[in-house]
Design a protein around this ligand. Structure first.
Ligand SMILES: [Zn+2]
Ligand SMILES: [Zn+2]
Length: 362
């Protein structure tokens, strides 16, 4: 038997639909029927060849939700809940973290482990069903699978997609204190998630700067107090609003989730002295930008942090919050596409015609 998959043959090449052999399960493996996989900005970057070390042709699709079709001896999920055939699950898309290298074992920073591999990104189609844009995906024994918490639907999770976990990780890196004024730059999936989790983390006044308006509307529904269209407002106007809300000091925390280098100088300008600035939106190299080390960092006593990759705990804990608070991420979904329309989905995401596109093979 075979499984149908959407394949990205090479950078800039049109997507193709392939048939791949059913997997041969090893002990500990899980075989999922895919219910929905997301199309995110990373997939657009993959299509343009902007990530290094990608073994094209690939089956894209990292964060996905599926139904357990078969396991080889797996009876509980990553947090100990019973797991069986037919259960709806998602999974941490990273495998291979070694727990022995310098970054894992000494520095305690496993997202920097050089042995990490990511479904849908660093597995070639030659290795089988290792991406979510397919009828099914073959998960290795070292994959952390999470049964969807009771009350959560497929769309609640996949509407947030990988941005859910990245945004959660960015907020955790920023560590806003209860009552902190927070500015989120960017209103894509990562920015929306950062806004939602900053709200739950106790943000006081919460600003989101982004585009287009439907995304800003979602940001307000997820907890933003004030939103500004970046194209429709002046930087001076945004700066004045943040100053007015903070006695002229600036925001305690700024989280960059836009991927636009031009956001960074503005982010520094909105940050109060001694504040924390987390840069989470530059997953690929969008180029340099000018900052003033004296004014922006040194004299400002700024705490500037990067956020690379997500940790297992971000997945577990963001799902728990999602279930507890029923955040309306399902509403972020703007379009559903079959496997044969994966190229169209990519084009719609790239053109910002939809905030979150879903590949639904069924
Ligand atoms: Zn390691
Ligand atoms: Zn992604």
């Amino acid at each position: 038997m075979t499984q149908t998959a959407a394949v990205m043959p090479a950078p800039e090449a049109p997507l193709e639909v392939w048939e791949l052999d059913d997997p041969v399960l090893q002990p500990g493996d899980v075989w999922l029927e895919i219910v929905a996989s997301e199309v995110c900005g990373t997939d657009v970057h993959l299509h343009h060849g902007r990530l290094a070390g990608v073994p094209y042709p690939i089956i894209p699709g990292h964060v996905s939700v599926g139904r357990v079709r078969e396991t080889r001896g797996v009876e509980v999920d990553a947090v100990g809940r019973p797991l069986g055939r037919g259960d709806l699950v998602t999974f941490y898309d990273v495998v291979g973290t070694c727990h022995r290298c310098y970054y894992c074992a000494v520095a305690g920073q496993p997202t920097l482990c050089p042995h990490r591999r990511v479904y849908g990104i660093t597995f070639g189609a030659a290795e089988g069903l290792r991406g979510g844009w397919a009828e099914s995906i073959h998960l290795r024994a070292d994959t952390s699978v999470f049964r969807l918490p009771d009350g959560l639907e497929v769309d609640d999770v996949i509407g947030g997609g990988c941005g859910l976990f990245t945004g959660f990780g960015a907020v955790e890196r920023a560590r806003p204190r209860p009552g902190s004024t927070v500015v989120v730059q960017g209103s894509g999936p990562v920015g929306l998630s950062a806004a939602a989790f900053a709200r739950l983390a106790g943000a006081g006044e919460l600003f989101v700067l982004g585009d287009p308006e439907p995304r800003l509307e979602l940001a307000r529904r997820l907890g933003a107090d004030r939103t500004f269209s970046v194209s429709g407002s002046d930087p001076a106007e945004r700066a004045a609003a943040v100053r007015d809300a903070t006695g002229g000091r600036g925001a305690d925390v700024v989280i960059e989730a836009s991927g636009n280098p031009a956001a960074v100088p503005e982010g520094f300008s909105l940050l109060r002295p001694g504040g924390t600035y987390v840069i989470a939106g530059h997953y690929t190299d969008a180029g340099p930008v000018e900052i003033n080390p004296h004014l922006d960092i040194n004299r400002k006593h700024a705490d500037v942090r990067g956020r690379w990759g997500t940790e297992l705990g971000h997945v577990a804990r963001s799902l728990a919050l999602l279930a507890r608070h029923r955040l309306p991420f399902a509403d972020v979904i703007g379009g559903r596409y079959g496997l044969e329309a994966a190229g169209e989905a990519l084009a719609d995401v790239e053109a910002l015609r939809v905030t979150k596109a879903i590949i639904a093979p069924g």
